[in-house]
Design a protein around this ligand. Structure first.
Ligand SMILES: [Zn+2]
Length: 387
């Protein structure tokens, strides 16, 4: 057994943890670029807390999932404002944008030099500017991962800027920040976290550290996803979901993912569908096709025991099977109103391209076994029709 584990230098979790941001920022810089999503008001407290510590602020808002252009503009703005650290407070999109901006602020050349797939994939030479990540949704776990997912609209793809030098200096996970998230966003971000936990647990690169994170996270997400959607003020449920998302980030960054995320990249690049909604629509079908393929071609794979374990963890029943786990996921997606992929304008004619791109995606490499093209097709066709 051999593995490596890397994450943010420091993680602070708990209600009120956001108070840690300003004192930490003071140690690392004089002027912060504050990156937020569309709703800039959610970071208002930073605009008073940082100056109170003698740290200046410049605000930069992202609208939706970040693109290469947005990051370029962010870097230019941060340089013009002489920012020497980056604080991103928002959903996964704001955190990925902030992470990429912090990484490029200290590296010469253009973003394309460092991008996989569409660029030359050169490694970042210098550590990024100090980066503090403060998630306000419970989903991507991006606060502890080493990649930022960026859209390249003219090429219809999403690619990652990836480097251990992108890991946050501080991740502040404060469940109170998620109290105002709408039921629909809670559902799809929560299902993204659950997908990441399940995919990392059955991943061919799973290790004993990520296994512990995955099982703990699956139990918490299973018991608290629906309660958090039904009553957004339920702090215990929000705490579980924030922790599940954090655990999913710790796991995926070190164990990889699988077929669901393998398709989520190309789909997200081509269609205006939220990442979490794509993952949720594919998850039960990816689990089912994987399970059948494992039984047929890799009957001694440890992933089979893990799918059985997932069934027990999701349902809470000691006698539950892998199929019971899949049924639980399907029922949960239905109850939370997850639409089929066809509702985003995706249809059968897109399937061949998506299979070709998905098969090349870096996330596909963690799938517990290589799926045949026919199996990939089945996953997609069933996800078009709905859970
Ligand atoms: Zn995801």
């Amino acid at each position: 057994m051999a593995f490596e584990f890397a994450t943010a230098s420091r993680i602070v979790f708990g209600e009120g943890a956001q108070r840690e941001v300003a004192p930490a920022a003071k140690q690392w810089g004089r002027r912060a670029l504050i990156v937020t999503g569309r709703d800039t008001a959610r970071a208002d407290h930073l605009h008073s807390a940082l100056p109170a510590q003698g740290v200046g602020c410049s605000a930069f808002a992202t609208g939706g999932e970040p693109t290469v252009d947005l990051v370029r503009r962010g870097v230019e703005y941060a340089r013009a404002e002489q920012c020497d650290l980056v604080v991103a407070q928002g959903g996964g999109s704001a955190i990925d944008a902030g992470k990429a901006i912090a990484g490029l602020l200290t590296n010469a050349g253009c973003l394309l030099d460092y991008l996989e797939v569409v660029g030359s994939g050169k490694p970042l030479a210098n550590p990024g500017a100090p980066f503090i990540a403060v998630p306000t949704t419970a989903g991507t776990g991006s606060e502890v991962t080493r990649n930022a997912v960026l859209g390249v609209p003219e090429r219809h793809v999403k690619v990652s800027l990836r480097s251990p030098l992108l890991l946050a200096r501080l991740a502040v996970v404060d469940p109170e920040l998620t109290l105002g998230v709408s039921p629909a966003t809670t559902a799809r971000t929560g299902l993204d976290a659950l997908t990441q936990l399940i995919e990392a647990y059955v991943s061919s690169r799973a290790n004993p550290l990520t296994d512990g994170f995955c099982t703990e996270g699956i139990v918490r997400a299973a018991r608290s996803l629906r309660p958090a959607c039904e009553d957004g003020t339920n702090l215990a449920a929000r705490r579980d979901m924030s922790l599940a998302a954090l655990l999913s980030g710790l796991a995926l960054a070190n164990a990889g993912l699988g077929v669901v995320h393998g398709f989520a990249g190309p789909l997200g690049g081509r269609f205006p569908a939220p990442h979490g909604a794509i993952c949720a629509a594919i998850l039960p079908n990816g689990m089912e096709v994987n399970l059948r393929a494992l039984r047929a071609r890799a009957p001694s794979s440890i992933a089979l025991n893990r799918y059985e374990h997932i069934g027990r963890l999701l349902t809470g029943r000691p006698g539950a099977t892998a199929e019971d786990g899949i049924t639980w996921v399907r029922d949960t997606c239905r109850a939370l109103g997850i639409p089929p992929l066809s509702s985003y304008g995706i249809d059968e004619t897109d399937v061949p391209t998506l299979i070709a791109e998905g098969a090349q995606a870096s996330s596909m490499k963690g799938n517990p076994l290589a799926l045949a093209s026919e199996e990939l097709r089945e996953v997609l066709l069933r996800s078009l029709a709905g859970a």
